[in-house]
Design a protein around this ligand. Structure first.
Ligand code: ACO
Length: 312
């Protein structure tokens, strides 16, 4: 596989988080669990749940948040990609609904969804940056959005404590410098370790083992491909699935835990939305720094995994 760097600029990020909060104490009343168990095993304290809103509503609101931050002319957008596995419908895609909800139905825009599990945002960034760099597209909206509560069995304590709803959006444009790189991969498996039919099903222990190895491997692959070391990276934005997975990766990479941005306590695992939400929150939390190197890393069903470097 060729190592092709991308010349893209992150213009703005945005999020939308539903208002309704479901705490661990609320879940204690629904299934045989405890706040202590959930916090110790996952780091999650709360998650947000959509009420009367579907995935395209969350995705659109995250996009509006990003557009408004930089007063971006939405009519410039010529590409919309949404990473999700909880779409409103099997068809049309969430991206088509976002186009309509943004009032852009009459515009010439390529729209499609990507289903790569929780790695969806990394896959979407890989595809968007390649399309931008092809020269054919100039202004992309890349969104990760999930209403996980639609596919959660709230009687299954193995899964219902882990997930939450939310959306995050990036506006991307072409740039003059090669400042991004994405690596995506999959190790297709048929064992049904993690899959979604009516509900999400998961063998937590097997996912945990896969995830700790995959996150480390993806980080090292990107560093190696770019001739960088972990010390060159200013912040790592990981998929927010479990505090202990990140803790374990930090330990084996021999880096301080605060190299990783974590907000899992507030949102739980928002799947394809989690990296976008976390990056938006990280950027809001820090002083503006130029030439900051940020590494994004994710894993999910498939099993898919991947990582990417963006320079801000
Ligand atoms: N409350 C109390 N007990 C529970 C709960 C709960 N919510 N859920 C499971 N248990 C019980 C199980 O029934 C089991 O009991 P048993 O031993 O009597 O059968 C026991 O707790 C399981 O304990 P452990 O196996 O030690 O739990 P573990 O430390 O592995 O933690 C967890 C479970 C949190 C699911 C962990 O395996 C994990 O985080 N895995 C990865 C999950 C993940 O990242 N998924 C998403 C990836 S991709 C995506 O984002 C879609």
């Amino acid at each position: 596989m060729k190592k092709i760097k991308n010349s893209i600029k992150l213009i703005a990020t945005g999020t939308y988080i539903p208002e309704k909060v479901l705490t661990n104490f609320d879940l204690e009343k629904m299934v045989d669990t405890s706040d202590e168990w959930i916090v110790q095993r996952t780091g999650i304290k709360r998650r947000h749940i959509a009420e009367g809103e579907d995935t395209s509503d969350l995705a659109t609101k995250a996009a509006i948040n990003a557009l408004e931050k930089v007063k971006y002319d939405k009519n410039l957008i010529d590409l919309i990609i949404v990473a999700t596995f909880t779409p409103d419908y099997r068809s049309p895609g969430v991206s088509n609904l976002v186009q309509a909800k943004l009032g852009l139905s009459g515009n010439d825009i390529t729209c499609f969804d990507i289903n790569s599990g929780c790695t969806g945002m990394i896959y979407a960034l890989e595809v968007a940056s390649s399309l931008l760099n092809s020269g054919k597209y100039q202004h992309a909206l890349v969104i990760g959005a999930e209403v996980m509560s639609k596919v959660i069995d709230f009687t299954d304590r193995n899964t219902c404590v882990l997930f939450g709803d939310g959306a995050g959006a990036f506006i991307l444009e072409n740039s003059d410098t090669e400042n991004a790189y994405f690596y995506t991969t999959s190790c297709g498996e048929l064992d049904k370790t993690l899959y979604v039919d009516r509900y999400i099903h998961m063998d937590g222990k097997k996912v945990y083992q896969f995830a700790t190895a995959a996150v480390e491997k993806a980080i090292l692959k990107v560093l190696n491909d770019l001739n960088l070391t972990i010390n060159d990276i200013d912040k790592i934005i990981p998929h927010q699935a479990n505090y202990r997975i990140i803790h374990s990766v930090a330990k084996s990479l021999n880096v301080a835990l605060d190299k990783f941005f974590l907000n899992i306590d507030e949102y739980g695992n928002t799947s394809a939305a989690s990296i976008a939400i976390a990056l938006d929150e990280y950027l809001k939390s820090r002083e503006k720094v130029s030439l900051e190197k940020i590494l994004l890393v994710g894993f999910g069903s498939g099993f898919t995994y991947g990582a990417g470097l963006i320079t801000l």
